[in-house]
Design a protein around this ligand. Structure first.
Ligand SMILES: Nc1ncnc2c1ncn2[C@@H]1O[C@H](COP(=O)(O)OP(=O)(O)OP(=O)(O)O)[C@@H](O)[C@H]1O
Length: 263
């Protein structure tokens, strides 16, 4: 059986007395690529925070890489989960390759006396190529486009060889070429790292890579449907998730959705 990377069982999160997540169960195995979909405020980022050991459940259990939250040093655990934070607080003009290397020290800036080993440099180079950034490796952070920054952060998150990569709306704000470069890079990543599991949050089905294997639909903090994409990503279920009559199409593995015309 393929190893379990993440397991959430009957998870509830309450904030300020208000339920934000309820009855969420989810099992992610090596090599699976999950989409987490739901309207604004449905609880997607909160769930991603739980899966990345940044948030604790009020009730229920979350096991990340075989370690139960609450019983393990979360800092140690976080080092094995690649969490791509679109609000990465870097301000200094580091070059792409140096930003990628900070994934090893889990710091925003390079640590003063830390020097990468030659094989760590090689790994950074490989990831830079996988993410389609080879011609930008010398470029400095403030001069990068949003799409180039996003792909740099994915390469950075992959430096410690995590078994799990969490992506929170990675295509937000990207133009069409930027989004398509991201899709291509994620496809290449899947081929080169077949055991890596990913969980990607988005509102937009157009932003799902063709290799997405599973989906979880959240509505008002509760799971509406979860499992292999063919059973979950249907016009009917998505319509319930977003409270709209929807028409769904899939071409070459990619999805597109629009409101259904009323007869
Ligand atoms: N720390 C907190 N305290 C109180 N309420 C919170 C907290 N964090 C999130 N919420 C609320 O929980 C709900 C779910 O938020 P969350 O960010 O997880 O949703 P989301 O599906 O990611 O939304 P979006 O698509 O808008 O990013 C929202 O109503 C939000 O206001």
């Amino acid at each position: 059986m393929t190893p379990v990377v993440l397991r959430a069982e009957d998870v509830h999160v309450v904030r300020d007395g208000r339920p934000i997540l309820a009855e969420v169960s989810l099992t992610v195995r090596a090599g699976e690529h999950w989409a987490l979909l739901g309207a604004n405020g449905a609880g997607k980022s909160t769930l991603l925070g739980l899966l990345g050991a940044l948030v604790h459940p009020t009730r229920g259990s979350v096991e990340v890489l075989g370690h139960r939250l609450g019983r393990v040093d979360v800092r140690e655990l976080r080092a094995h989960v690649g969490h791509v934070d679109p609000r990465h607080p870097l301000t200094s003009p580091l070059r792409v390759q140096d930003v990628v290397l900070t994934g090893l020290t889990n710091s925003v800036e390079p640590l003063p006396r830390w020097r990468p080993e030659p094989e760590q440099r090689e790994r950074a180079e490989r990831l830079i190529r996988t993410l389609g950034l080879a011609e930008h490796r010398e470029a400095r952070w403030p001069t990068l486009s949003q799409g180039q920054r996003g792909r740099t952060l994915i390469a950075r998150a992959l430096m410690p060889e995590p078994r799990l990569l969490l992506l929170d709306e990675p295509a937000t704000g990207l133009d069409l070429p930027g989004r398509e470069q991201l899709m291509e890079a994620l496809g290449k990543l899947r081929r080169e790292h077949p055991r890596l599991a990913t969980v990607l949050v988005t509102h937009h089905l157009e932003e799902l890579p063709a290799h997405t294997t599973h989906a979880l639909l959240l509505r008002e903090g509760r799971p509406l449907a979860g499992g292999p994409v063919t059973g979950v990503l249907t016009a009917d279920q998505l319509g319930k998730c977003f409270d709209l009559p929807l028409a769904l199409e899939r071409h070459d593995g990619r999805w597109s959705v629009r409101t259904a015309r009323r007869a």
